[in-house]
Each structure stands twice: as structure tokens, then as C-alpha cells.
Write a protein that binds this ligand. Sequence first.
Ligand SMILES: C[S@@+](CC[C@H](N)C(=O)[O-])C[C@H]1O[C@@H](n2cnc3c(N)ncnc32)[C@H](O)[C@@H]1O
Length: 294
Amino acid sequence: MSIVCRHQTARSGVNESDSYQEANRRAWDDLVARNSVFARTATDEECAHPLVSLDSRGWLPGRVDGMKVLCLAAGGGWQSILYAAAGADVTVFDLSPEMLALDTREAARRKLAVRTVQGSMDDLSVFENGAFDIVHHPVSTCYVPKLEPVYREVARVLRDRGLYISQHKTPTCMQISERDPRNRYVLGISYYHEGALPAVADTSYRESGAVEYLHRWESLVGDLCRSGFVIEDLTEPRRGDPKAKPGHFKHRGMFTAPFVRIKARRIASQIVSHEPPRLWVPDGAQDQLGKSDE
Ligand SMILES: C[S@@+](CC[C@H](N)C(=O)[O-])C[C@H]1O[C@@H](n2cnc3c(N)ncnc32)[C@H](O)[C@@H]1O
């Protein structure tokens, strides 16, 4: 297969004045320089059985050859290489040029075709409507302040009945600030925290230098449904180990699930409304109704 590693910058580009994007681009470029485990490329063994490596749950179709796959915020040469090894037509989109350079390098080394595009996941305007059959989106929505624009863009670039597999840090994972002297984990950040998260003492599930945000369940799941998706499955990948010592991320993983993985289907005919339902109520009763809704 010919090597087609095209590196492109999304039309709107990365707005340098957007501090979260700039900080996160820098943080991820640094993680590559420090050989982070998150920048681990696919191995020969994994490439021998690419769909098994990508999809232990059986969420993908039996074959993906010829399918158009968007690996979203998935730089680093893992997902893109495995999909390409399985015969898919792959585009990998990421904020970090250094992460994308790993995709380019690995694709060239393995003589696979992978297209790389740099940009921020909340603006996919570089892609046409319905351009992809599958969007595969590893943990990364913690790096954007709002989820709804991301889901809206994914819904737009997926064809009708297309598959959206995404993984996210859970709200509880983002709320934990420290471990107390009795090795219990403290929810030191409000569930309703708005804006960039403060620095915390327990950094097991935080990346140094990155600006991160908490997304509540009503956004992680609710915004997904409101954006025109139907959820087909949801899992909580295990990271806990009962033998892990306090201070290890696997110890903390025994107390709360750090991640949620969602299988969703784009259903274009779904009635989508971002308006809250309107219900006529007698004058003066609105407040009470609002309270009962909380
Ligand atoms: C945990 S890594 C995921 C990729 C990795 N291959 C994996 O297997 O987990 C998170 C990725 O999100 C990217 N990222 C962070 N903010 C982003 C944004 N606003 N738009 C697109 N990608 C972003 C980072 O550059 C990084 O490559």
C-alpha cells in the first residue's frame, strides 16, 4: 500500500489566544518528549490482530476494511495504526503536532496510509458532513470546556447509522483532590465546578501542565443523546487492583471508576431538541415545579 501521510491544519486552525488549547497542545507535546505511556504506538503483536486490540468489547463491526474512520483526539500512533492495519481509510485528528508526528512516523514505517489533521475537537469544520462511518475518540474530552460542541461536530461528520465510540474521565475522577491519612480519597472539588480545574495533590488521573474540565453526567450522556445519538452500550473500564499500594493509580482505581466508555449510534431521524420541554402551569406554580425537577 502506498504511503499517504498528509499533515494538514484544520481550516480554522488552533486559536493561539485560546489558553486551554495552547496549554494542552504544549502539555501533550511535552508528554511525547517524556515518552509518556499515553504516547505508546501500536506493537507488532497488536497489529497482527488489530480489531481485537482495538475492541475487546466487540463493539466494532467484524470488518472495517474500506470504512472511513476518524480517530479523534487520538494522536500517538495507536488507534490510527490499528485501524489502518485492519484496512480502514484512516484520518487522525489531534491538537498536538508531536502526537500526530508519531502517527506519521509509524504509518510510514509500516507502509500504511494515515492522514493526519491538526486542530481542536470542538471544531471539525475541515470535514464534510457525513464523511465518516466510525469516529473513535479516546479519553480527551477533559481538555475542552464544553462537550456539546464536540458531540454536535461528531454528529455532523458521522454518516447516518455511523458508530461513535468514546471514552471519558468520569466526574468523580475529576472531583478527587487528595488521599487522606487513612488512605481514603477526598472529593475536594464540587460536582458543579465550572471552568478549568484547580491543581490537586493526587495527580493519578491528571496530566501535568494540562488544563482540564469536569463534565457532569447530564453532559456526558445527556448532551450525547440531545446531539442525535442513541446509546447502545456503556462500560466502566477497570483500572483498580486490590493488591495495589496507596499512592498507585490502581489503588485509587479500586475506589472509583476513572473512565466511562460509550458506544453510540448516529440516528439522523432522531428528534433532537436543545430546548427544555415547555409545560403550561398556573401562575405562581413555576417555582415549585422547578424545585420538584431538581
Ligand atoms: C490520552 S491521549 C489519547 C490518544 C492516545 N493514542 C490513547 O491511546 O489514549 C489524549 C489526546 O488528546 C489530545 N487533545 C487534547 N486536547 C485536544 C483538543 N482540544 N482537540 C483535539 N485533541 C486534543 C492530546 O493531544 C492527546 O493526543
